[in-house]
Ligand binder design. Structure first.
Ligand code: CA
Length: 219
């Protein structure tokens, strides 16, 4: 099981990340300060670091520089509110492997984490299977009964989330947070709209509505 260190000082984002990453099967530890992040970011304790740039104590850029100078080689994914290209380039030159601009969707970060951990030699499942339904999260291909189905990025992310929780009821809030991100209006009906799209493409009985609770995959 991969261990992920999260260095982020915004509580809301930390809880969003921890919930999602634990549900995806990772072990997490979160720190809200750059000094703590630097002292904990050791290859023999963690497999990957999710690093916010704007941290108290020591800023993310400096944490990264010092840990690389010390010889830590774990993949680092930067979270940045600073959407400027200059910061991104500086981050990548400073030894980061990838970056995600805030606000971000959980599935987007998760996809990047998977790529980095796979590069680092982990052997995670890349094809999800459920009944006649098969989803390759690496090539982004969906097959129903060996027939290829074209899905948009959002449709794919929603289906992937349901497949990773196969047989479980997922509430609208859970699906919103997984697929649309933490900044999404909880009153939105976008989940229902996308479930309709998926039913149209995959077959109407593949996603079951559980009254008052949410949705469940039934492939
Ligand atoms: Ca911050």
């Amino acid at each position: 099981m991969s261990r992920i260190l999260i260095a982020e000082d915004e509580e809301r984002i930390v809880s969003f990340l921890e919930k999602g990453l634990r549900a995806a099967g990772y072990t997490t530890l979160a720190v809200d300060d750059g000094v703590d992040a630097l002292s904990l970011a050791r290859d023999d304790s963690f497999d990957l670091l999710v690093l916010d740039l704007g941290l108290p104590g020591l800023d993310g850029q400096e944490v990264l520089r010092r840990m690389r100078a010390r010889g830590e080689r774990m993949p680092v994914i930067i979270l940045t509110a600073r959407a400027g290209v200059d910061d991104t380039v500086a981050g990548l030159e400073g030894g980061a492997d990838d970056y995600v601009a805030k606000p971000f969707r959980f599935e987007e970060l998760l996809a990047r984490i998977r790529v980095r951990l796979r590069d680092a030699g982990s052997d995670e499942v890349t094809v999800l299977q459920s009944g006649d339904l098969s989803l390759d999260v690496r090539t982004r291909r969906a097959l129903v009964d060996d027939r290829a189905v074209e899905l948009t990025a959002r449709e794919f992310a929603l289906l992937e989330t349901l497949m990773r929780h196969d047989g479980q009821v997922m509430s609208r809030e859970q699906l919103l947070s997984h697929v649309w991100g933490y900044d999404f209006d909880p009153g939105s009906n976008v989940v229902d709209v996308y479930v309709r799209y998926l039913r149209k493409k995959l077959g109407s009985d593949i996603i079951v509505t559980v009254r008052g609770m949410g949705y469940r995959l039934d492939a």
